[in-house]
Design a protein around this ligand. Sequence first.
Ligand SMILES: Nc1ncnc2c1ncn2[C@@H]1O[C@H](COP(=O)(O)OP(=O)(O)OP(=O)(O)O)[C@@H](O)[C@H]1O
Ligand SMILES: [Mg+2]
Length: 394
Amino acid sequence: MANITCKALSKQYDGGAPVLHPLDLQIDEGEFVVLLGPSGCGKSTMLRMIAGLEEISGGDLMIGDAVVNAVPARERNVAMVFQNYALYPHMSVYDNIAFGLRRLHTPKDEIDRRVREVAAMLNLDALLERKPRAMSGGQQQRAAIARAMIKTPAVFLFDEPLSNLDAKLRAQLRTDIKRLHQRLKTTTVYVTHDQLEAMTLADRVILMRGGRIEQEGTPTELYRRPRTLFAAGFIGTPAMNFIDGVVERSGEALSVRVKGEAWPLHGPRFGRLQDAQAVRLAIRPNYVGLTEGASPPGALALRGTVELVEVLGAEALVTVECAGERLAALVPSARLPAPGASVTLEFGMQDLHVFDTKTEENLALELQYDTADPPLRTPAARPMAKAGVHQGAI
Ligand SMILES: Nc1ncnc2c1ncn2[C@@H]1O[C@H](COP(=O)(O)OP(=O)(O)OP(=O)(O)O)[C@@H](O)[C@H]1O
Ligand SMILES: [Mg+2]
């Protein structure tokens, strides 16, 4: 096991535009870090530089205490699993897994013991004599992970290892990888553009955009405290709602004008908002309340017409058209409005993020909640509104 340190690490290909801008990153020993971001943001490049498969254009990369910029891949004691698991087709699973150790001339009985040990961890015991073509994609990918694991590397690198699999297998293998890490505690860097994968696997998520780190933190931090509009939109399913507004401040009184409504805001969290400032408000669908009746005076609410109802199981995603804007509410599916119904959407001030439209920065990040750890809200457990369909998180 080892820690990884990047100091002003950068990359550009053949004098072209920078693919990674100088970047500082510290990954602790035993940590599971996920590099998350849209296609082309530089995730694979970063991973391949750590692996030693890509030349470093600037800065330093350290694994453990040693600068490894010039150390070839095979001497870095890292193991990498790719999206396209390249197993040797003519070899059995056993031979595929054993391959790396045989090359090191490890004694036969030790190879056998270790192959069976990793095979057991990954549920491959019954498949050891199979050839890759006679196995499902998920089984092949597990074999590829086993083959990487057997070398007991200091660092584990994964590049979108699950993206070729169907949703169910992906979820299953995700759990396997998580369990494996809990057991082995090998320092792991995992690349994905799937935010759910990142949220479920990571100790820490590094959200990247255009070759830079946009935000890093625990999955919960990124979910609760997105620093930018981009982070807010990228993290969380169903995706964040966005509404444009203009701040109105006169003396002590503060409100934001949204679609003709004046929503009163108060509390130190909104101290940075300035009169006439253009803002984008963001709120997650699971914190949006839905009622048939009118909202009480002073509530943060909008009237609209139900456009779409998508039942997901215990909850449903209801899309409501409010003066030209589509907003979604995630509500219990026990009692649902019909498409075309007039409804009121209600928003909790404490759940509202406010971004500067120009800088895209979160203006109300601090003191998001009174305590560091707000109580968990389970929408299904909320009481139903008297007059309406569903009581929001207010
Ligand atoms: N060999 C190369 N030569 C020139 N440019 C490259 C090369 N490899 C990658 N790039 C460019 O570097 C940028 C980052 O690529 P990278 O593969 O790291 O993205 P990524 O975040 O892994 O994306 P994806 O999610 O699509 O895999 C892209 O703009 C890409 O076109
Ligand atoms: Mg990639």
